[in-house]
Ligand binder design. Structure first.
Ligand code: FAD
Length: 486
């Protein structure tokens, strides 16, 4: 059916936007199509967008943004929609600019160890595209099989192997950005050290889609380590497991990954798609991976085994082959989704604490769980103190959604109180705006919102995210309450 006849739009803008992006096949505007875009991985809060457009080039993005800016239409960028803090939720009737059709690997430069990708390129595909040449892309969020590198830049994503290699910001060399007025700029050094001017790359990475839309990314790629070994350690007491984490780092070892799961989490992963036979009566497990040149690996493994023994480990084993190692990682990396096997709903939290506070904080989280009556599973990057309490609840039971939100917030408060912070990798989005007050003063928040105003003066790009805006916050909390009980 020709677009002109078919379109019974809510407004003329949909028609104009369709013309900009090349016709009806590049825009969604029917309510039933928009439903798939009313939230991201933070499913507690939902809003329909005005429309979803699918640009194929930077020029398309710039033209859409220019149109939105001139017509004062709110807009936001979206990658795969796996964000866990609501960053891609269209709170203000936004036009969603979906980057999923800009998904090409543009170049690989092994000599200079860099690759250039479009923002919709899926994270894991990069490593898969260069592994036969002996290279990989280090940041590995557990969602890497579907999340986009554009989304990773916006959230400054982390992952299991970021303990040794650093998070996304440490692997981004250059960005092409469409500013909220439609101008296109290139920032970063593309690998040339110490370029003059402000460090806009650092500013844009992790800005949660509030300062500009990323349309091209130059990333650092790394040579595959010569060797790696993986250890699984089972503990009868969480406190012994968490002490072992501190002991490993204090011994001078920096594992590539150092992950922990508690009893409730283990129950979930063993009931889901990738069970590996963890004992169900242990209180905690550690998944530890070391990599590097072959010569040093054996010694590090022996040190780790020794540390675990000294902390009363019940059983500790080294992966015998790649198949076993991969099964342990599949079990860990699908951990969040696995909670669906033991609970109708769950809310993922994302606090960071000094590693030494791990035993104390886990105890406090346990207390919050007991007091609220909601189970909390813990699956997390223990090595860098990045906790993920998963609050298990049932949204069908009146009051449980609000309780889960309260419990999540209380966990973040504990993190802030011990000198940590409220997000390690999932971002603030809409979920943790109020909790920003746990870690910043009004003046510190203002310094940041002033920067947003310079880039995004009309606040049309992803408004209402990242920072607390008191009036609107109260409104949203009420909306959440209403949504939970409807
Ligand atoms: C099962 C599961 C496991 C996860 N594990 C991890 C983990 O280990 N580590 C981790 O860090 N995260 C993890 N996440 C969270 C999520 O995958 C990451 O935040 C990821 O970076 C989001 O990418 P996306 O493409 O889905 O972005 P989206 O969810 O689409 O967007 C996220 C934010 O980025 C903005 N954005 C997206 N694309 C662009 C762009 N091109 N330019 C400007 N802004 C943009 C959006 O406006 C939004 O604010 C997990 C999520 C799930 C569901």
């Amino acid at each position: 059916m020709p677009f002109k006849k078919e379109v019974k739009t809510r407004d003329r803008h949909v028609k104009n936007l369709a013309q900009i992006v090349g016709g009806a096949q590049s825009i969604l505007y029917h309510k039933e199509d928009l439903l798939a875009y009313d939230c991201d991985g933070f499913t507690i809060h939902k809003h329909l967008p005005r429309a979803v457009v699918f640009p194929k080039t930077t020029q398309d993005v710039a033209a859409i943004v220019k149109y939105c800016s001139e017509n004062k239409l709110p807009f936001l960028a979206r990658g795969a929609g796996t964000g866990l803090s609501g960053g891609a939720i269209p709170l203000n009737d936004e036009v969603i600019i979906s980057l999923v059709r800009m998904k090409r690997l543009l170049s690989v430069d092994l000599e200079n160890r860099r690759a250039v990708v479009e923002p919709g390129f899926v994270n894991l595909k990069l490593t898969n595209s260069i592994s036969d040449k002996g290279y990989y892309y280090a940041p590995d969020p557990s969602s890497q099989y579907c999340c986009t590198i554009g989304g990773n830049v916006a959230e400054n994503a982390g992952g299991a192997h970021c303990l040794k290699y650093g998070v996304t910001t440490n692997h981004i060399l250059g960005l092409e950005i469409v500013l909220p007025n439609g101008d296109i700029i290139e920032i970063g050094e593309n690998g040339i050290p110490d370029s003059p001017g402000y460090d806009l790359l650092g500013l844009l990475t992790g800005s949660e889609g509030t300062l500009g839309i990323v349309t091209k990314i130059t990333v650092r790629i790394l040579k595959n380590p010569e060797a790696k070994q993986t250890v699984l350690a089972y503990f009868d007491k969480v406190s012994d497991g968490s002490q072992a984490v501190s002991d490993i780092i204090s011994a001078g070892i920096v594992p590539a990954a150092l992950e922990m799961m508690d009893k409730t989490a283990i129950k979930g992963v063993e009931a889901a798609a990738f069970p590996v036979g963890h004992p169900k009566d242990i209180d905690a497990l550690l998944l530890i991976e070391v990599d590097g040149i072959s010569a040093g690996i054996e010694e590090q493994i022996n040190q780790i085994l020794e540390v675990c023994k000294n902390r009363n480990v019940r059983e500790v084993k080294v992966a015998q082959d790649e198949k076993e190692r991969a099964s342990w990682w599949a079990n860990r990396k699908t951990g969040f989704g696995a909670m669906g096997a033991i609970s109708p709903d769950y809310l993922v939290q994302d606090g960071v604490i000094p590693r030494s506070k791990l035993p104390e904080v886990l105890q406090k989280i346990n207390k919050i769980s007991e007091e609220s009556g909601l189970r909390i599973a813990n699956i997390f990057h223990a090595g860098d103190g990045n906790l993920h309490p998963l609050v298990l609840f049932d949204a069908r039971i009146p009051g449980q959604t609000e309780m889960a939100l309260k419990v999540g917030s209380a966990c973040l408060q504990v993190c802030a109180e011990v000198g940590g912070t409220i997000t390690g990798e999932h971002g603030v989005g809409i979920e943790k705006r109020e909790e920003m007050r746990f870690v910043f003063t009004d003046e510190e928040i203002k310094a940041q919102t002033d920067i947003r105003e310079v880039f995004n003066p009309d606040n049309l790009l992803n408004a209402g995210k990242l920072f607390p805006t008191p009036g609107r916050c109260a409104e949203i909390k009420n909306e959440m309450k209403a949504a939970a009980t409807s």
